[in-house]
Design a protein around this ligand. Structure first.
Ligand code: F0G
Length: 446
């Protein structure tokens, strides 16, 4: 059920077809290089692109810009305590800043870090400490057709195998990402979190939760995990996050803000180490790279994120978007996750082999046809892995309406009608760091 009405608007427009064609060419067939003003419906990410509430805008005006001892920080601390259940908060400019602070405090050269699936920046920050990030998804995570309630879960079997291979002493930290962004935004059950906690205890490791989308995850838990059917979202979030020694958070997702993040923990020593690193990399520990106003808006946003009516609006919107896309004839990853719908580009453009980047070809075609921007998560973004050729259409929070999604579905339908005339792509430039090439590389149609 819809939970909002519009109070402020932003003008958007669809550039003419020839203009879109030209834009695509000048962007080197990479949607990251497009000007956002040239995009009609922007589904590149759900990160920092959502709409704030009137209460958040009000908090913004009252934000305390003091360098030290800011009142806005007290508000954030109390929101994190109430919503997530942690006493200590180390603010950061965004999620990856918090990752740098936390993983730098926890890891040493040669360590091994299992995670249900590392998000790109998590992987990079673990590697940056000289540690080895290892994904432990459940086998169904990368299968778009398996129907299961918690395909985001951490595979304990894989985790244990890894510990047998490398030895428990090499694994000081176990991470669980909720929801599992790199596995189609699939949720993680509280039962799985409990088991990962027990696994971490067995090997004497710390347990960290990447809580970027903890509220969306809690909504799925309420719907799908019987034990929690009668619990409130707030209770579920407390229970699930409560198993962790620390959480790392991007406020740009379930903090409902445009900037910000933090580390939260009850562990006094870890807090102290993180705080010292934060001073070096982020800022004084009562602002951490955020403006005081952003800290204030995040404090409000965190509380709004666990409002069950907001979450019902959000998750139902994405489910409905998935159904519109399916009705338009495009195969999608099922079940639909919490923040995005993932199109199965390999199946949609089956005439293109993986080397011709079917996912990226679909991204380009969606822009060419309807000014829609999505992101490829297949052989272009993840060379040398056997992930499916997916295109993510991420939905900014509280931003788009049914008409926008209908436009996207019509666009997809028009692309599919083109069939085998949709061209594949090849790389025209090869950036120095292959693991992040998809952000800047340029391509050419074959
Ligand atoms: N962890 C997860 C699971 C994420 O999805 C992200 C960001 C981060 C950490 C890093 O947070 O962007 O605030 O520095 N994901 C965005 C996305 C960028 O589009 O999925 P950040």
């Amino acid at each position: 059920m819809v939970a909002y009405k519009t109070k402020m608007v932003e003008r958007i427009s669809l550039p003419a077809r020839e203009q879109r064609e030209q834009n695509l060419e000048s962007a080197g067939y990479n949607a990251f290089n497009l000007d956002a003003d040239d995009v009609f419906v922007d589904l590149l990410t759900d990160s920092g692109t959502g709409a704030m509430s009137d209460a958040q805008w009000a908090a913004l005006v009252r934000g305390d810009e003091a360098y030290a001892g800011s009142r806005s920080f007290d508000e954030l601390e109390s929101a994190v305590g109430d919503v997530m259940g942690f006493d200590h908060v180390v603010p950061a400019h965004q999620g990856r800043g918090a990752e740098n602070v936390l993983y730098g405090a926890l890891l040493e050269e040669g360590d091994v870090v299992p995670n249900n699936t590392h998000f790109d920046t998590t992987r990079a920050h673990v590697a940056n400490q000289g540690a080895d990030p290892v994904d432990c998804p459940v086998p169904s995570a990368h299968d778009p057709d398996v129907t299961a309630p918690f395909k985001g879960n951490f595979s304990l079997e894989r985790g244990r195998e890894l510990v047998d291979e490398v030895g428990a002493d090499s694994v000081p930290v176990v991470v669980q990402t909720i929801t599992n962004n790199s596995a189609a935004g699939q949720p993680v059950s509280v039962e799985n979190t409990r088991r990962v906690r027990a696994f971490a205890d067995e090997i004497d490791a710390r347990f960290v939760i990447d809580a970027c989308r903890f509220a969306e995850n809690a909504y799925f838990v309420k719907q799908r995990e019987e034990e929690f059917a009668a619990a409130s979202i707030a209770e579920i979030a407390h229970e699930q996050l409560g198993y962790a020694d620390a959480v790392v958070m991007s406020g740009k997702k379930d903090g409902l803000v445009n900037a910000g993040g933090f580390v939260a923990t009850d562990d006094a020593r870890l807090y102290e180490r993180s705080r010292q690193r934060a001073i070096l990399y982020e800022g004084f520990p009562t602002y951490g790279g955020m403006a005081g106003r952003d800290v204030a808006a995040l404090a409000v946003g965190l509380r709004e994120a666990v409002d069950s009516e907001y979450l019902a609006d959000r998750i139902e919107q994405i489910e409905e978007f998935g159904s519109l896309l399916e009705a338009a004839g495009v195969p999608i990853y099922r079940p639909v996750g919490g923040h995005a719908v993932y199109l199965d580009a390999g199946a949609a453009l089956s005439h293109l082999p993986d080397e011709a980047f079917p996912g990226q070809a679909l991204v380009c075609e969606l822009y060419r046809e309807g000014g829609v921007r999505g992101v490829e998560l297949g052989s272009f973004a993840f060379p040398d892995t056997d992930r499916p050729e997916l295109v993510r259409l991420a939905v900014p929070r509280r931003t788009y309406h049914r008409e926008h999604f209908e436009h996207v579905a019509d666009t997809v339908e028009a692309v599919l009608e083109k069939g085998e005339s949709v061209p594949g792509l090849e790389l025209a430039t090869e950036p120095e760091m292959p693991e992040i090439r998809h952000f800047t590389a340029e391509l050419e149609p074959l």
